[in-house]
Design a protein around this ligand. Structure first.
Ligand code: BTN
Length: 249
């Protein structure tokens, strides 16, 4: 494990290490990040002393198109790891990979990939996880969208224990994923935690927004959405994002 009291971003550290040949399975953990990276080019607020920030470097034998599924694999592991650590009955996953409680985000996951020199191969995948454990204050931009494990469940999780539990869960779900190369063996468990399931969602498609009822995921990790005309379609996380019709979830 590579531990940093303070670093720019554990994803950046993991990617640099990947380029230097560091082994698959290496974990990069920081107490504080000065340039935490979020999805869609956003920053991830990363104060010290209260949260968990880590990145896992993997070198799976998969095609680049399979890598986004690893984000859902990690989301499942994080949700299960949290449930092993604290009593968290209302914890859920907002598709594809936000961990939420009470309609607010507790954890975000950012997966980044390095392509191999041979066509159609991934050289490495870095999965970065940020969990709000017991942070007291959020910026005004996040105040009504984010929460912490402490605020949602009234318990301050031991961060070392939490990380250990998440990684144990990850080992198990990752093994299942690798055996199949898709999410088929994990789908039921993932859907059991999916807060969007059975709810009306607004799909933010660059070609135009539309609404439907989220039915679950398919084995590729796409969200299956039932349309008002009775049709069914599946959307990729890389192409669209999803909101509840009245708010974030
Ligand atoms: C999101 O926007 O939801 C994804 C946030 C991912 C944040 C984590 S914190 C650890 C790792 N290092 C980073 O710079 N980002 C990820």
């Amino acid at each position: 494990m590579f531990y940093y009291a303070c670093t720019d971003s554990t994803n950046v550290r993991a990617k640099c290490a990947a380029a230097e040949g560091v082994a698959s399975g290496s974990l990069f953990v920081a107490e504080e990040q000065t340039a935490g990276r979020g999805r869609s080019g956003r920053t991830w607020e990363s104060p010290g002393g209260c949260n968990l920030y880590f990145s896992l470097l993997l070198r799976p034998q998969i095609a680049p198109g399979q890598a986004p599924m690893l984000t859902l694999v990690m989301a499942l592991a994080v949700a299960q790891g949290i449930q092993k650590t604290v009593v968290a009955e209302t914890l859920g996953i907002k598709w594809p990979n936000d961990i939420v409680a009470d309609g607010r985000k507790i954890c975000g996951i950012l997966t980044e990939m390095g392509l191999g020199s041979a066509p159609g191969t991934a050289e490495y995948v870095v999965i970065g996880v940020g969990i709000n454990v017991s942070r007291q204050e959020f910026s005004s931009e996040l105040a009504d969208k984010a929460t912490t494990l402490e605020e949602a469940f009234g318990q301050v999780a031991d961060r070392e224990k939490l990380l250990k539990n998440i990684m144990e869960c990850f080992d198990e779900v990752y093994e299942s994923f690798l055996q199949c190369g898709n999410l088929a063996p994990l789908r039921e468990r993932y859907e059991g935690l999916l807060v969007n399931r059975g709810r009306e969602v607004c799909v933010l498609d660059p070609a135009g927004q539309w609404q439907g009822i989220a039915a679950g995921i398919d084995e590729q990790g796409r969200l299956v959405v039932e349309l008002p005309d009775g049709g069914v379609t599946a959307v990729y996380a890389g192409e669209v994002s999803v909101r509840g019709i009245y708010g974030y979830v």
